[in-house]
Design a protein around this ligand. Sequence first.
Ligand code: ATP
Length: 287
Amino acid sequence: MRSAVVHPTLGTRAGAIVERPPVLRVAPGRTAPVHAPTAIEVEHLDFAYGAKQALFDINLALPARQVTAFIGPSGCGKTTLLRCFNRMNDLVDVARLTRGQIRIHGADINAAEVDPILLRKRVGMVFQKSNPFPKSIYENVAYGLRIQGQRRRAVLDAAVEQALRSAALWDEVKDRLGDSGLALSGGQQQRLCIARALAVEPQVLLMDEPCAALDPIATAKIEELIGELKRRYTIVIVTHSMQQAQRCSDQTCFFYMGHLVESGATRQIFTQPTDPQTAAYINGHFG
Ligand SMILES: Nc1ncnc2c1ncn2[C@@H]1O[C@H](COP(=O)(O)OP(=O)(O)OP(=O)(O)O)[C@@H](O)[C@H]1O
């Protein structure tokens, strides 16, 4: 299996945005420049659950304020890599990053001084199954700010409204902010979870099959929302839907058995994949 190596020369201050355009190397001799600053850089990453290696020498540069889709058959490591970006894997006892580095806006997120709780505010996450807290709509969105110590009602009110507007939910819930978040429809609950992630002003939004449990109408709303949100946030989405990857993403990365096989502009990946494995997968021959 050939791994698509993406390895821009780096040289950044911790915390600064990398302004150099990343290069997604799609095949030896063929490169696809991406005209956006880099948000996330992955360099020679190996990752294991106990003795079982799940990711092998992953090298990637994800552009800021674009949508990158992770695709590939079940078990290929998409979610594992996504969860590396906000260190959710720290919560899994046997999970270990065994080699390599991940930098977000230039900062090594596994450095000793990085607080994973703060990291998860900068790098928000939305899961396959929406998971509102058993609290009011308002309190779901205000939650992250409250635990940061924000007590001023006017500040909370403004942040809740802003986050709900950003998640395209405000008009549907503004008259019932005191109702339980669990009383919303599945699609609304997912947008509530997006609002909750946005309220603490992340830079990156990770979405792990965010529409897997939704009907086509709710899915269309989330996809439209993703198109809006990418103006302000870097978005990484794991999806099993080839149509969704094509509709939503600017860049696509195809994984197979823990290897990054190919990455590049979504249009190129879906019309002119350079690797036969990618072609077989997007044409539905396996997966
Ligand atoms: N908590 C865990 N403990 C042990 N092995 C795990 C754990 N989570 C994932 N794995 C293994 O790591 C590999 C990659 O899993 P991962 O969930 O990242 O794949 P995926 O591509 O996201 O799959 P899917 O599309 O089915 O969600 C798989 O072999 C999986 O069994």
